[in-house]
Design a protein around this ligand. Structure first.
Ligand code: UDP
Length: 326
């Protein structure tokens, strides 16, 4: 029996595949390589290049392999782009989920671990955010993920775990795989482009938030800790666990300025900054309560230290200043 990883060539998908293979699992990857990278595909996995919206592709995969469970990462994930082009998000993310669930139902695959997001909450009413808090997404990306979560819930004979990630960061410590988005919009890789000489400065999006230093606070979580949570979720479902939703974060927030000064320590250089306007839709603070994942999934993040997280990102970016170049 194999695990089908949809989107296994993407950032979090590739790190999860690495961990699955390490754990001795048989892994099948399907990825359309729209945002994923051929070079990020683990050679120990069986790879199908294709789109999950194509039922013929999925039926071929389910016919040629015995799929025990699906881990689903295959989705678009840029907040700004989703505001510009909401239908792209409803098509790829929501319709993609529809076709995937149809194939799973048809072939009797009865477990799914779903890559969801803190963006399902929208502007939080209180910090830290609990799974029981109100979900009111402020952009189509978050809305599409919330719809996907809700779709899964209604499928008979399917058990699920939805994992709501906070800010994924870092890379495999060896620097073999890492983060490579086009365009890059995330804070840590953009900061590291400055010491790499690829960017003159990092723009801080707003310095007038109601936080101690005026910049936004986020909960940064290492990509390998996210990967571990997927494997724990899979084993939880295998052991008969009930369908559920879990936050994944460190439970500790860092401001944009704190992240920049940690990055300066890691790279041993001053990083030039400029203050810019606020980015639309950015809540002042997003911090997870991950107590539920710790208690029920027995998840313990290994990279609680933000400097350590940035260090692993720096190893990857230093070794691969132009990303995968594929
Ligand atoms: N940010 C910033 N400058 C940048 C990119 C991001 O100040 O060039 C800020 C952004 O406003 C947010 C935080 O860094 O408060 C993290 O942003 P990112 O896009 O990495 O993740 P998000 O929180 O949007 O998921």
């Amino acid at each position: 029996m194999s695990i089908l990883v949809c989107g296994g060539a993407g950032y979090i998908g590739a790190h999860t595949v690495y961990k699955l293979i390490e754990a001795g699992e048989s892994v099948i990857i399907v990825d359309n390589l729209q945002t994923g990278h051929r070079k990020a595909i683990n050679p120990a996995a069986k790879f199908y290049e294709g789109d999950i919206r194509n039922s013929t592709t999925l039926e071929k995969i389910f016919t040629e392999n015995k799929i025990e469970a699906v881990i689903h990462f295959a989705a678009n994930s840029l907040v700004g782009e989703s505001v510009q082009n909401p239908l792209k998000y409803f098509n790829n993310n929501v319709y993609g989920m529809q076709i995937l669930l149809e194939a799973m139902e048809k072939f009797g695959a009865d477990k799914i671990v779903f890559s969801s997001t803190a963006a399902t909450y929208g502007e939080p009413e209180k910090i830290p955010i609990l799974e029981t808090d109100k979900t009111a997404p402020t952009n189509p990306y978050g809305e599409s993920k919330l719809i996907m979560e809700k779709m899964i819930k209604w499928i008979k004979n399917l058990r699920y775990v939805s994992l709501r990630y906070f800010n994924a960061a870092g890379a495999l410590e060896s620097g073999e795989i890492g983060e490579d988005h086009h365009p890059e919009t995330h804070l840590i890789p953009l900061i590291l482009q400055v010491p790499l000489g690829k960017r003159d400065h990092i723009t801080i999006f707003g310095e007038d938030y109601p936080t101690p230093d005026g910049t936004c606070i986020r909960d940064y979580i290492h990509v390998l800790d996210l990967a571990d949570a997927h494997i724990l979720a899979l084993n939880y479902l295998r052991a008969g666990g009930n369908s559920d939703i879990f936050n994944l974060g460190n439970g500790k927030g860092f401001s944009v300025k704190e992240i920049i000064s940690s990055a300066e320590k890691v790279v041993g250089k001053k990083i030039k900054t400029e203050i810019g306007a606020r980015r639309a839709g950015d809540p002042a603070q997003l911090i997870a309560s991950s107590d539920k994942a710790r208690k029920i999934l027995h998840w313990t993040p290994q990279f609680a230290d933000v400097e350590k997280i940035i260090e692993t990102a720096w190893t990857w970016h230093k070794n691969n200043p132009n990303g995968y170049e594929d």
